[in-house]
Design a protein around this ligand. Structure first.
Ligand code: S3P
Length: 425
């Protein structure tokens, strides 16, 4: 797929549903009693992997594109799958499902694609083992495939070394089945969609500062879920609207949960013209329309507690920083190295290939903005967020930018290129 300089982007866009919330709606709906009707469900490959795993465990799930109906069987209703569970490219599916499987009364193997088989799973294996789980890395390398045999679990208070909603959620899901209370404390608050939705389904979940706490549940109850637009997908249009000269884009019904809205705060600090309109609340999650207009930006420092609230947006923020005056320093973001690709390495290599002044650090990047970029051949490493980042960057570079493996956007945003093109007309 090839990109070149574009005329201003103008118009209105509705973003597909939030990936994290879509995953959770199927998982929690499956272990709840009764029906869960999910609107604006994300039909990305990652969320389809989650549907596939729960179907394999005997849950009837109707997928009518925009609406998904899950016929939940209750906390003890999952059946032993006849095959291994394939989570595809999805870290959320792999880690959250492992927490659930740790407490079932069967043995199962959980795995995924080449990227998943390289991602760290010790981070969930360790705390789940403390709870009494039997979970092993089959190749003994701390990665999937994982063999999980359900056990009786006990509640723990786990202090996580990293702020990760996947770790937190995996433990909380195991905690639903454990004896006694389960608590997870993180260095900073990570996204809290599990806490919000589990409460919505009747679980006893409390949060206090950076600690989330869950009591064992007798049952959860299916409920209606309206999935907000994914701010991580909206991020590409926020950035495009800000850096393509003369642009003005209205992005409709985006989830702006404070544990996810770091990109908006960073853009404001960079001096962006970005306005939130028409606020709403869907299934306990705040949403708003976001209006962005292009203008000049300046570099900012980004680090500390804001990092988990924009972790998936750091690639596009790094690209945006190339068009800002002065220096942007990204710190405390070593987690980027263990995402779908090593996003620090891949960003630094690809931005450098386009002529940017960018340097890798131990836990982030330093970008000196203001240099004009030129087109290049970009290896996406089949990482959806890298492909989308460079599609947008290519719109502001001299000459042609070619993205290899461009189709990987289907993981989180099927239709991304069509939506981008629509705004160019
Ligand atoms: C996610 C949490 C984040 C994020 C991922 C989705 C989730 O990972 O990067 O894309 O749905 O819980 P970590 O919590 O491991 O940082």
């Amino acid at each position: 797929m090839k990109f070149a300089k574009t005329s201003p982007l103008k118009g209105e866009i509705t973003i597909p549903g939030d990936k994290s919330i879509s995953h959770r709606s199927v998982m929690f709906g499956s272990i709840a009693k009764g029906t869960t009707e999910i609107s604006h469900f994300l039909q990305g490959a990652d969320c389809l992997s989650t549907i596939d795993c729960f179907r394999k465990m005997g849950i009837q799930i109707e997928n009518n594109q925009n609406t998904v109906i899950v016929h939940g069987k209750g906390l003890r209703g999952l059946k032993r799958p006849e095959t291994i569970l394939d989570c595809g490219n999805s870290g959320t599916t792999t880690r959250l499902i492992s927490g659930l499987l740790a407490a079932q009364d069967f043995n199962v193997t959980v795995t995924g694609d080449e990227s998943i088989q390289k991602r760290p799973m010790k981070r969930i294996m360790e705390p789940l083992s403390f709870m009494g789980a039997d979970i092993k890395s089959i190749l003994d390398n701390g990665c999937a495939p994982l063999s999980i045999t359900g056990k009786r679990l006990r509640g723990i208070h786990y202090t996580s070394p990293v702020a990760s909603a996947q770790i937190k959620s995996s433990i909380l899901l195991a905690g639903l089945y454990a004896e006694g209370e389960t608590r997870v404390t993180e260095p900073y608050v990570s996204r809290n969609h599990s806490e919000i939705m589990l409460k919505h389904f009747g679980a006893n979940v409390k949060t206090e500062g950076t600690t989330a706490c869950i009591a064992p549940a007798a049952e959860l109850y299916g409920n209606q879920i309206i999935v907000p637009g994914d701010i991580s997908s909206a991020a590409y249009f926020i950035a495009a609207g800000l850096i393509v000269p003369g642009s003005e884009i209205l992005i409709k019904q985006v989830g702006i949960n404070p544990t996810r809205d770091g990109i908006i705060r960073v853009c404001q600090e960079m001096g962006a013209d970005i306005t939130l309109l028409d606020g709403n609340m869907d299934s306990g999650e705040p949403t708003a329309d976001i209006l962005v207009k292009s203008g000049s930006l300046h570099g900012v420092p980004i680090g500390g507690a804001i990092i988990p609230t924009l972790i998936d947006e750091l690639p596009i923020i790094a690209a945006m920083a190339c068009f800002a005056e002065g220096e942007t320093i990204i710190r405390d973001a070593a987690e980027l190295k263990v995402k779908e690709s090593n996003r620090i390495d891949v960003m630094v290599k690809n931005l450098s290939a386009m002529g940017a002044d960018v340097r890798e650090t131990d836990d982030g990047m330093i970008i000196r903005g203001g240099r004009p970029l030129h087109g290049a051949v970009i290896d996406s490493k089949l990482d959806h967020r890298i492909a989308m980042t460079f599609a947008v960057t290519g719109l502001c570079a001299e000459g042609e930018t070619e993205i290899l493996g461009a189709e990987c956007v289907n993981i989180s945003y099927p239709g991304f290129y069509q939506d981008l093109e629509m705004l160019m007309k």
